[in-house]
Design a protein around this ligand. Structure first.
Ligand code: CIR
Length: 256
């Protein structure tokens, strides 16, 4: 179960955030703020304490806090984002994480290693890490080495198409795994109870499990139904403005 969640308010500068889909247009900041309010409300309905950090205008993508760290029960691992414009987002996050962990339990991914938290999926005591355009081999190596210090294990999944590992995967506990796109046929996930997300709803593979509730992006009926059929309570949250920046539900928080 998660006790804490950290989120960061979107900045006005988010309209300049990184995107691979300029055709979707620029995010509407006011609408993004409202969606963020609702996201926080949904999290609070899952019995977690939500720490809300102020917006940081210096970093257009800084509302996507998930990429700055991986937080486990036993330690916090500060990432080293591969996207140049995002690399210093970790600095403020370190200060926040110090409110939850003593310094000897805080680890750091360092250059030449890069890692973004969106590439990490926790399944119990095992962590899958995506080798991607943002997370390199050395970042994966350092990450697994640090995990092992705390009794965890890790393994690498090479990404071919999507931005982050969790762009196409979401672990919903109880061996249930949402899978989309390039992950549908990957052998490494064949022993999970896979819930396959159809091509036209691929964005909805980025859901989050929070204490037996699953937050699902608004408007993806097939995914919502399939998750409900597994017995979860579902809360829909509209993330249309974050989608324009390749971001989704998991990217907007750190859960631990
Ligand atoms: C980026 O390209 O870094 C942001 N526009 C989106 C980050 C999404 N984060 C995530 O999937 N964990």
């Amino acid at each position: 179960m998660f006790k804490n969640v950290i989120v960061k308010r979107p900045s006005k500068s988010m309209v300049e955030g990184i995107t691979s889909q300029p055709k979707l247009g620029k995010p509407d900041y006011e609408l993004a703020l409202k969606q963020h309010d609702k996201y926080i409300e949904a999290l609070k309905a899952c019995n977690v304490n939500v720490t809300i950090l102020d917006a940081d205008e210096r970093f257009p993508d800084s509302c996507f806090v998930e990429d700055t760290a991986v937080i486990t029960k036993n330690c916090a691992i500060i990432s080293n984002p591969g996207a140049k414009s995002r690399n210093k987002e970790t600095e403020d996050m370190i200060e926040t994480i110090k409110q939850f962990f003593t310094e000897d339990k805080i680890e750091y991914i360092t250059a030449p290693g890069t890692l973004e938290g969106g590439d990490v999926m926790m399944v119990g005591n095992h962590f899958y890490v995506g080798e991607s355009a943002r997370t390199n081999k050395e970042g994966c190596r350092q990450f697994i080495e640090k995990l092992e210090k705390y009794g965890y294990t890790g393994s690498v999944v090479e990404l071919e198409q999507v931005l982050h590992l969790k762009t196409g995967l979401a672990y919903l506990e109880n061996n249930n795994l949402l899978v989309a796109g390039e992950f549908v046929d990957k052998d490494v996930f064949k022993d999970f109870n896979r819930i396959i997300i159809s091509e036209d709803e691929s964005y909805s593979a980025n859901c989050i499990w929070v204490n037996d509730t699953v937050l699902v992006p608004f408007g993806y009926e097939k995914a919502k139904k399939a998750i409900e059929e597994k017995g979860y309570r579902v809360i829909e949250a509209d993330t249309s403005e974050y989608r324009k920046l390749d971001g989704g539900l998991s990217c907007l928080s750190l859960r631990f």
